[in-house]
Design a protein around this ligand. Structure first.
Ligand code: BYC
Length: 349
């Protein structure tokens, strides 16, 4: 979108920029990095995109925990690819955030200092191999439900990043489902392991959608700006309705005695979520909060040499590209003269 042109003979005032922005959002146009946008819109996007990016890279930890113990080479290769995909998602999202004028370093510093959040879900442990399946099916499933509408987010770079992320998440969800299906059709011990994982991940997955609508501080404004397209409760309900038949096909149960079809609503009713647990996890008191953040800080410190080497390499390339080419008169190759000249004594070709 190109924000509304000012009147030809004068610069636009703040209210004209605001009106142009409002009109663009109302017309379903995309806001792009160079367009004018309200400070609060920019700040909300930075908050949400950063939290999303942090979730992707912290989210690598629980599953990476099982790479060395995957039960077969095939499962190991799939899991490595999935964890790598999450790193890639982090990259797309940090890049999207950078278009808003914040650097990746700045955002990582805030994650490490605990002043920016990542998803509550990654503060739970992966106790058995079946947890890899439960994360794929439920956590990636919840992520897709939340993220598909973000492909229509009003901010262009975020919306475009989400398109690719959602395609990959949908593969992740299927691998989790397939893994759980194999376990649930396996031995009694394997089926029990799958059921136990689903029992532990179900409620935290429902919390991923955020607090209930009447306690969601940002939803109303984010929906008015078309950053969010649906409320937290709407998406949570959609997720429950999707999961119930999938659980039945898996031969597993969802750990909620109040879960039942409501004919009148045409949706499933489900039990009360423990919002006190959610609030404790957000305060840093979940089972793995400390471990996740200390591991992240350590990985960042241990990766310092890689960043330094990559920067040195990039500087070298830049220098090489901007150095005088040493072109021979009449040469069209642009290569330095000493490289194009045949070495002494070389056979004529
Ligand atoms: N965890 O006003 P609300 C993945 C915070 S990664 C932690 O409703 P909003 C994957 C919220 O930030 C999945 N905090 O907020 C990766 C706010 O706090 P502040 C990550 C939460 O933004 C690897 C306060 O609660 N997905 O799929 O309108 C492997 C009030 O909430 C949570 C995304 O990040 C939470 N669950 O709505 C496998 C999606 N929920 O900032 C899988 C993008 C809420 O005021 N994000 N809070 O201190 C969103 O769609 C929205 O930000 C949310 C929250 C729906 C999460």
């Amino acid at each position: 979108m190109t924000t509304a042109p000012p009147a030809a003979d004068r610069s636009p005032g703040p209210s004209e920029w605001q009106s142009a922005f409002d009109a663009a959002v109302a017309a379903e146009e995309r806001i792009e990095p160079r367009d004018w946008m309200p400070d609060a819109y920019r700040a909300t996007l930075v908050r949400q995109i950063a939290q999303h990016a942090h979730s992707e890279i912290i989210g690598m930890q629980p599953e990476a925990n099982w790479i060395t113990r995957a039960p077969s080479l095939r499962r190991k290769a799939i899991l490595i690819a999935k964890v790598q995909d999450e790193a890639g998602h982090g990259l797309y999202l940090y890049s999207a955030a950078e278009t808003l004028g914040v650097s990746r370093d700045e955002l990582l510093d805030k994650l490490h200092a605990g002043t920016q959040r990542y998803s509550s879900i990654f503060n739970y442990p992966t106790l058995t191999w079946a947890d890899v399946g439960a994360i794929g099916w439920l956590v990636d499933g919840a992520a897709i439900t939340n993220q598909v509408p973000l492909c229509r987010c009003s901010y262009g770079p975020y919306a475009r990043a989400m398109v690719r992320i959602c395609k990959e998440e949908s593969f992740h969800q299927r691998q989790g489902y397939e893994l759980l299906l194999a376990l649930s059709r396996g031995t009694e011990a394997q089926r029990a392991m799958a059921q136990d994982a689903v029992d532990r991940w179900w409620w935290p997955s429902l919390m991923m959608f955020g607090p209930p609508d009447d306690r969601s501080a940002h939803s109303a404004q984010s929906m008015a700006w078309k950053i969010k397209r649906h409320s937290n409760d709407e998406l949570r309900q959609r997720f429950v309705d999707i999961c119930v038949p999938q659980a039945a096909s898996l031969g597993l149960t969802l750990p909620d005695p109040d879960l039942r079809w409501n004919e009148e609503r045409g949706r499933h009713d489900f039990g009360a979520i423990d919002w006190e647990e959610f609030s404790q996890v957000l305060k840093g008191n979940g089972p793995c909060n400390e471990q996740r953040i200390s591991q992240r800080r350590r990985a960042h410190e241990e990766g310092a040499w890689v960043r330094e080497a990559a920067s040195a390499h990039a500087a070298k390339r830049r220098a090489r590209e901007t150095a005088p080419t040493g072109r021979l008169p009449g040469s069209t190759t642009g290569r330095p003269a000493d490289r194009t000249a045949a070495p002494k004594g070389a056979p004529a070709s």
